[in-house]
Design a binder for this molecule. Structure first.
Ligand code: GLU
Ligand code: MG
Length: 437
């Protein structure tokens, strides 16, 4: 007899963990519009599973309301039941958005960008991860053999992503041993963050299907290659036409794209705890790691926080469609709604203030004197989660856009995470994160 199946209604929480509740897949969508109950304190479950502090205690109730457009079904094994999950918004019992919902924070920012500037954000997340099922071979970085040594995993993954609206673009062996990367095509607004969450979870699920594990933790071994999350972005109008590229302007960037980006650069040290959200994130954000260390922008440089991506001049490439910038100091310990939210809210601030793009850095900023760094307006990004949280605590922009309660709850959550790691050595910390991500 064919068994009935269940679908997990999930939220992506402050630790970027998917948590939720399951119900029968044959429950009508209409019945689900009423949502699934959840206690606000569930959001304070740290990535390690414990709750240390909470603003809500045992009180209150919320609704997880599924967005059926985001539903994922994985049909990986004809002998077994399929896996289903769906992403939810967090709402109050009267159906209004809950003030501490990460997805709603991003939605509010996107709406403001559209209402005040007529702009939408087009973006795509790239994810690096380690796949335990790949056989190791010396000298295999980016290798064709590294592709062979992961077996059937890549094909199964790319097909599962395709079947679930993630629009995968590339799968590639990365630099590190057992390290791979999956990318997807750009989409507009919230869909890009939804795709990022789906991609992580589908990758994990496909790895499990092969009896293996996909790990997105930013660092697998201190001092060794990191797993980055890079975000390519551009601005478009209501019809999806680029508002980013202007060949007559400096760096071929429209004034709006320049101001939006200047806003991101200016606020970056304050919001970095939202995009690099774990203790080990800060081992990745070190010089010579092809990640990012300063709030700088540079042309075709993979050590800049914002990289101006190359624009090939060969035929058939439409520069209006192709032109984009890449934000690099993010990783998978961060909630994708909060990564995009941080960019959108600080970009809006840049647009409002009509900020000018800072001078591009030519050399890596750590090679410059303090005076030279000052002249370029670049500062070292926080070097620990603790330092990043202090900056976030002081950030008026993040506080006002998130609202006091959400801002405080996120910081409280992350301080609990720090407290849970007290007294552990580096290897133990790395191992904890690798188990969770
Ligand atoms: N693995 C590097 C990171 O942590 C990025 C390498 C690349 O540019 O693809 O961000
Ligand atoms: Mg890469």
């Amino acid at each position: 007899m064919k068994q009935k199946e269940i679908v997990m209604a999930c939220i992506c929480d402050y630790a970027s963990q998917m948590r939720g509740k399951g119900y029968w897949t044959d429950k009508p969508d209409k019945a689900l519009a009423g949502g699934v109950g959840l206690a606000p304190t569930n959001l304070m479950i740290t990535t390690f599973g414990d709750i240390l502090n909470t603003p809500w205690g045992a009180k209150g109730d919320l609704l997880m309301v599924p967005d059926m457009q985001t539903k994922v079904t994985l049909d990986l094994d004809t002998e077994k039941s399929r896996e289903h999950f769906v992403l939810c918004d967090l709402k109050n019992l009267d159906g209004s958005a809950w003030e501490c919902c990460p997805r709603d924070w991003l939605k509010r920012g996107l709406q403001k960008l559209q209402d005040e500037f007529g702009l939408s954000l087009k973006s795509a997340f790239e994810h690096e991860f380690h796949y335990s099922g790949a056989n190791k071979k010396l000298g295999n970085a980016y290798g064709l053999d590294a592709m062979r040594l992961q077996g059937e995993f890549a094909h199964t993954l790319m097909n599962a992503l395709e079947a679930n609206g993630v629009a995968p673009e590339m799968f590639m062996p990365e630099y590190g041993e057992q390290q791979y990367e999956a990318t997807c095509n750009a989409s507009i607004g919230i869909e890009s963050a939804d795709r990022a969450i789906k991609l992580r979870e589908i990758t994990r699920s496909v790895a499990r299907h092969f009896g293996e594990k996909a790990t997105f933790s930013p660092i697998m071994q201190m001092g060794k290659v990191g797993n980055g999350v890079h975000l390519h972005y551009s601005l478009v109008d209501q019809n999806g036409n680029s508002q980013s590229y202007d060949p007559t302007k400096l760096h071929s960037m429209t004034n709006q794209m320049a101001s939006f980006t200047a806003g991101i650069l200016q606020t970056m040290p304050e919001f970095i705890a939202l995009t690099a959200s774990s203790v080990v994130s800060y081992d990745r954000l070190k010089p010579n790691r092809w990640s990012a260390t300063y709030n700088n922008i540079a042309n075709k440089n993979r050590e800049a926080s914002i990289r101006i991506c190359p624009l090939p001049t060969i035929d058939d490439i439409d520069p209006y469609k192709r032109f984009n910038l890449e934000f690099r100091p993010a990783d998978a310990s961060a909630n994708p709604y909060m990564v995009l939210g941080a960019l959108v809210w600080s970009g809006i601030d840049g647009l409002k203030k009509n900020l000018k793009l800072p001078t591009l850095t030519e050399d890596n900023p750590e090679a410059l004197s303090i005076d030279q760094q000052k002249a370029l307006g670049v500062v070292r990004l926080p070097q620990s989660l603790d330092e990043a949280l202090k900056k976030l605590e002081q950030s008026q922009l993040m506080k006002s856009s998130m609202g006091d309660l959400f801002h405080q709850a996120y910081i409280m959550h992350k301080k609990s995470e720090l407290a849970l790691l007290k007294g552990l050595n580096d290897d133990e910390v790395v191992s904890r994160y690798a188990q969770c991500y």
